[in-house]
Design a protein around this ligand. Structure first.
Ligand code: FE2
Ligand code: FE2
Length: 318
């Protein structure tokens, strides 16, 4: 029985009944695993209409979730490989060296992509941007001191600095509407590829496990540091396409704000955390590399589809 079918039922009264399923042949990067894991995690965010909220902490379902997480995390650890002697701050430094002419989706969209491909890109990214800031927020109670204060200062901007209309989640919803897409939370869950779900599953997993808090901070830092150059290319792409102002506004905001965030996360979040808890240094590096891995998998999927003249989505958008 699939996780989706299971959730249509009431959370079981037999409190410890395990949810058994055969995962022996599951592809750790495949759609079945990532959709099931995404659905399990979503119970901790906004849940699903018609789904008993008792499922959130149902031990049987958590048992299944932990098996899915083990498969995903071991695969990411295998692909990332040995961490080596590098420090978290050195690793962040490396992220800042970007090619002027790379071959990822933002370069492609800037130079030759179509508006339809741009809308596919928005659709894939909607799973994250419509909950932007939320997955990282799980890390806040696990931090202390300056690292915590600065982490929250950056998140404050992600959450609109006190203005509901300026929530980055809302800015992305405005972008979706301006692009003629459905801005409803989770509306494209069944359209996006496994790679797009894995991007969000990675941050949910890091955020929801205290033992992975160093990874969550590394992931957060990598997100902020890589955002300004990528967002700048998206602004250029959208200008070339003559896209609506709301579409450009979302990325323009990230060129400006994330340039400031980048400095804060480097020194005051990562720098402070690793001076406070040196044992977490390698976890921060792993978080940065894991971010890079899942982002590259999504980029490869998009570029493979577009170069072949195909849609990158599992299901066409209307
Ligand atoms: Fe943002
Ligand atoms: Fe930011």
């Amino acid at each position: 029985m699939s996780v989706v079918d299971l959730l249509a039922e009431r959370a079981p009264l037999r409190y410890l009944a395990k949810v058994e399923t055969s995962l022996a042949d599951a592809d750790p990067a495949g759609i079945d695993l990532h959709l099931a894991l995404y659905v399990c995690y979503e119970l901790h965010y906004r849940g699903f209409r018609g789904v008993d909220s008792g499922w959130e902490w149902n031990p049987g379902l958590i048992y299944l979730r932990s098996q899915l997480e083990d498969l995903f995390l071991s695969d990411v650890r295998r692909q990332v490989g040995e961490i080596g002697e590098v420090s978290a701050l050195e690793e962040l430094e490396k992220l800042c060296v970007e090619p002027v002419n790379g071959d990822g989706p933002s370069y492609y969209l800037r130079d030759e992509g179509t508006w339809e491909q741009m809308r596919e890109y928005f659709t894939h990214r909607s799973l994250y941007h419509l909950k932007e800031g939320d997955p990282h927020a799980w890390a806040i109670p696990r931090l202390t001191g300056q690292a915590k204060a600065s982490f929250v200062a950056v998140e404050f901007d992600e959450f609109g600095a006190g203005k509901g209309t300026r929530l980055h989640q809302q800015l992305f919803a405005d972008l979706m509407e301006a692009a003629g897409l459905d801005a409803t939370y989770l509306s494209y869950l069944n359209h996006v590829s496994a790679e797009a779900l894995a991007v969000v599953n990675l941050m949910s997993m890091f955020g929801l496990h205290r033992r992975l808090r160093g990874c969550a901070v590394g992931h957060f830092a990598a997100t902020e540091v890589t955002s300004p150059p990528g967002s700048r290319r998206m602004v250029q792409a959208l200008e070339r396409m003559g896209a609506p102002i709301e579409c450009r506004a979302f990325y323009a905001e990230h060129v400006e704000a994330d340039a400031v965030h980048e400095q804060v996360v480097r020194t005051d979040v990562v720098g402070d955390l690793v001076s406070r808890e040196p044992d977490l240094d390698a976890d921060v590096v792993f978080g940065i590399r894991a971010f890079d891995l899942v982002e590259n998998r999504l980029a490869d999927h998009l570029m493979r589809s577009w170069r072949a003249g195909e849609s990158s989505l599992r299901r066409e958008i209307d």
